[in-house]
Design a protein around this ligand. Structure first.
Ligand code: ZN
Ligand code: ZN
Length: 411
């Protein structure tokens, strides 16, 4: 692949994604097979004035082995140093930001006892609550950026020779991440502006609820909390530094009122959960909580997803993405949430972003509960937007405002 384009992509991820500032530490999460790209990111971060670049390597083959063979109680035993290896830098006066490289085999845990995976995922989430607090409140700027691996490329482009599949996945990633001969920062200005202005429009409406319908059977009403905030495009740290948490991003999103979701919603894309695929599913809500669900494939995993903890059965995000998004238009199913969630309207089970309600970042757990902002140790985005999705906004005095018509913004 074009090394210059890869360098440009790394620079964009460092400068606009995690937006590392002079004197700040950058922590990179990198699967071992992405070491070359991690080094490029490190070079770019030092060039941007980083105090230090700390790389945490992982190895999905070793992770699979552990999941298969480690002693059961070892799966629960997440040592405090794992969280400290992030938060000790974030607490330091010079601060730290994150860059995670996503490159996983979507089915790395295929065939492994789902209960063991669930157990390990819960233990890890429980052990990382302080870390999530830094990240989800944007105190630690963060970004996720993806690069192809042989196994991932083969899943997206089955039947092609390995090298060709990887090449095609690079091309697809560059295309939807707007990496071309021009400056990517420039390329992103117009789409970011559009997302910001949609968010501003929705913020000015302060809707009481959204009603989402589609011919596939989706008929879902999502209540929105008082003083909710729609966000989208780039985000800002408490110090006002702009960063791009997901590369790419096409969504405008907010936190639902965790107590006021009613009705049925159908999935429109398979969902990679804990290294396996859940396919063709629906979920029914009452009083904000999942009360019934069904999946054609891996219903057991769907059950685990919505019962990881109390908050996992409630919604922590509603995100609006038009069917005209470049990722949806590419027609590619990426089997990676980073891309697939930006092809389609989605909801997330679990934790809401506290920044999605006024004053949320400073609220205690009790205050978040009272505001309807969902809390959980998980956050799982599932795709529910279809080409024919209609969304009505319902105002506090009962007026209907068209938000989406036929899968795209109504106005
Ligand atoms: Zn989202
Ligand atoms: Zn999400």
């Amino acid at each position: 692949m074009n090394q210059e384009a890869i360098r440009k992509y790394a620079r964009f991820a460092v400068r606009m994604g995690s937006a590392v500032q002079p004197g700040e530490t950058l922590i990179i999460n990198a699967p071992i097979h992405t070491a070359a790209f991690a080094r490029l990111c490190a070079e770019e971060a030092y060039a941007a004035g980083a105090r230090e670049v700390v790389v945490h390597y992982s190895d999905e083959q070793l992770a699979r082995m552990r999941m298969a063979y480690a002693a059961e109680e070892a799966l629960d035993d997440v040592k405090p140093w794992i969280q400290d290896s992030y938060t000790s830098y974030m607490k330091h006066p010079s601060g730290a930001c994150m860059l995670s490289i996503s490159s996983a085999d979507p089915e790395i845990y295929k065939g492994i006892d789902a209960a063991r995976i669930d157990r390990a995922a819960r233990a890890r989430a429980m052990a990382m609550t302080e870390y999530y607090k830094y990240v989800m409140s944007n105190q630690a700027k963060w970004t996720i950026v993806a690069i192809p691996s042989p196994s991932w490329s083969a899943k997206v482009f089955p039947g092609l020779p390995a090298e060709e599949a990887e090449e095609k996945l690079w091309e697809a990633i560059f295309s939807v991440c707007r990496i071309d001969e021009n400056d990517p920062v420039e390329n992103w200005q117009a789409p970011l502006h559009t997302m910001h202005s949609r968010a501003d429009w929705l913020n000015s409406l302060q809707l009481d609820a959204l009603h989402i319908t589609s011919a596939n059977g989706t008929d879902l009403t999502i209540g929105l909390p008082k003083n909710h905030i729609w966000a989208g495009g780039s985000e800002f740290s408490p110090k006002g530094v702009e960063f791009l948490a997901n590369i790419p991003t096409e969504e405008v999103f907010t936190a639902p009122d965790a107590r006021r979701t009613e009705g049925v919603v159908y999935s429109t894309k398979p969902y990679v959960f804990n290294g396996s695929l859940i396919e063709d599913f629906w979920v029914r809500f009452e009083g904000g909580r999942v009360v019934e669900y069904h999946a054609e494939k891996r219903e057991d995993l769907l059950g685990m997803l919505v019962s990881m903890d109390e908050g996992a059965a409630r919604l922590g995000e509603i995100a609006l993405v038009p069917a005209t998004s470049p990722i949806n238009r590419s027609g590619i199913l990426f089997y990676n949430t980073l891309f697939d969630e930006n092809a389609s309207c989605h909801i997330a089970f679990g934790k809401a972003y506290p920044v999605c309600v006024q004053g949320g970042s400073d609220m205690t757990a009790e205050e978040l509960d009272a505001a309807g902002i969902n809390q959980s140790n998980t956050h799982q985005d599932v795709m529910v937007g279809a080409e024919d999705t209609n969304i009505d906004g319902i105002t506090a005095d009962g007026r209907i405002i068209p938000v989406f018509r036929g899968g795209v913004w109504a106005e």
